[in-house]
Design a binder for this molecule. Structure first.
Ligand code: XIL
Length: 398
């Protein structure tokens, strides 16, 4: 019996007996489960091994400081990921202490960790409206913003050229609610540079790094609700305009911050993937997690519902060979942004990731691995990529 099933049973028994739900690990009076009943999830049984065997990239966002101080966390990432991305290490507020200087400490450490462990790295992000440095509001203006952006991309993407799997060149460029006919977000970059900032960013990125997959990364485009539908249409229109103008875009990042309730994945999402394929763009799942804030507190139940969302979403997405990577936004509930933003009203810890706060795999992990297992070998990231972008396989395959 899987630990989760056992836990669910335990929770039920506990609830019936008026005990605190979710705490006992075994039903008192019954034999304690031995290690042998726990499904294996490390090494050859890890998500990493299963994904690698099927030519798929699978991994997580990491907190670089945590990798240095928390051995258990670093070990989990090494074991489970063949691709990582800095949760913040490559954002403007980390890289740019002042308008005319760079600080690459954490970003360099991120790349070093990935390379030492034969992982690929995503870069996140060269242009975003959030996590801009404090000086930005006072010092960036209509005169210097275009140059500031181009210089930043030249330095940052140039520094790691040839070593990155992909770059989120522009993050969250679309916001239908902002009311512009072109669907673009009313961001500082748009206000200072004009709508040409997106293509300027992609051209600068291509000039700096000929190999990384240049990605437009976006959230809120996964569901079948009206808002997702509208946003997908705006993202598609933007990508078509970019393609028509020969802007070097290679992939779309679907962030995949999903919700525990009310999420349906269907024809709209499938249609979007088909449109991406027609445009010659890969699809990357870049920031997956499932927010459980609208679910009641019972841990076993939350895990079950969250796992089902993982399963339904990844079954739908990963059956498409053009979806070439699945990255979760964190790996253990011990470290998730959802405990600080969009957190639960009852302040219980979120259970949104494949491993719980004690680094034990939960239903979401097994759901992910099962979906990955449905991929057949030779499908996946290698399709259609220029040989230069395949070189890493020789260097990094394990
Ligand atoms: C989040 C980080 O996880 C937080 O630590 C930080 O405080 C705010 O940003 N979409 C993105 C990510 O593209 O960069 C965000 O990351 C989560 C939403």
């Amino acid at each position: 019996m899987r630990r989760r099933e056992l836990l669910a049973l335990t929770a039920k028994a506990g609830a019936g007996a008026g005990l605190q739900v979710g705490l006992p690990r075994w039903i008192p009076g019954r034999a304690k489960p031995t290690k042998a009943v726990e499904p294996a999830y490390t090494g050859a049984d890890s998500l990493r091994a299963h994904a690698t065997a099927r030519g798929l990239l699978a991994g997580c966002a990491v907190d670089v400081a945590g990798l240095k101080t928390d051995e258990d966390y670093a070990g989990l990432v090494k074991d489970q990921a063949n691709i990582i991305v800095g949760e913040s290490a490559m954002k403007w507020d980390r890289l740019r202490p002042t308008i005319d200087s760079y600080e690459f400490g954490e970003a360099d450490e991120l790349i070093a960790f990935a390379e030492a462990n034969k992982m690929r790295v995503r870069g996140h992000t060269l242009c975003w409206h959030r996590q801009l440095p404090k000086w930005f509001a006072a010092e960036a203006n209509e005169k210097n913003a275009r140059e500031l952006l181009a210089e930043h991309i030249k330095h940052v993407a140039g520094r790691y050229a040839g070593r990155m799997h992909s770059w989120d060149v522009v993050n969250e460029a679309v916001s239908v609610e902002d009311g512009r006919p072109d669907g673009l977000r009313d961001s500082p970059w748009l206000r200072l540079v004009g709508e040409g900032y997106i293509e300027a960013a992609f051209h600068a990125a291509r000039a700096a790094d000929a190999q990384a997959l240049l990605t437009l990364n976006e959230f809120g485009i996964e569901g079948e609700d009206r808002a997702s539908e509208k946003k997908r249409a705006a993202v598609l229109a933007l990508l078509r305009r970019m393609k028509a103008r020969d802007v070097p875009v290679d992939a779309v990042g679907v962030q995949s911050h999903l919700n525990g309730v009310g999420q349906v994945f269907g024809a709209g999402l499938q249609g979007f993937r088909e449109q991406m394929r027609e445009l010659g763009l890969q699809v990357l799942i870049t920031e997956m997690d499932v927010n459980d804030r609208e679910l009641a507190g019972d841990e076993g139940m939350r895990d079950k519902v969250v796992a089902e969302v993982y399963r339904r979403y990844l079954d739908a997405m990963l059956k498409d060979a053009n979806v070439t990577a699945v990255v979760t936004w964190g790996i253990t509930d011990r470290r998730t942004w959802l405990n600080g933003e969009n957190q639960r009203a009852d302040e219980l810890r979120e259970r949104c990731l494949p491993f719980d706060a004690e680094s034990r795999p939960v239903g979401a992990f097994f759901a992910m691995r099962d979906s990955v297992d449905k991929r057949t070998k030779t499908e996946g990231y290698s399709r259609g990529l220029p040989t230069a972008r395949l070189r890493w396989r020789e260097r990094f395959a394990r």
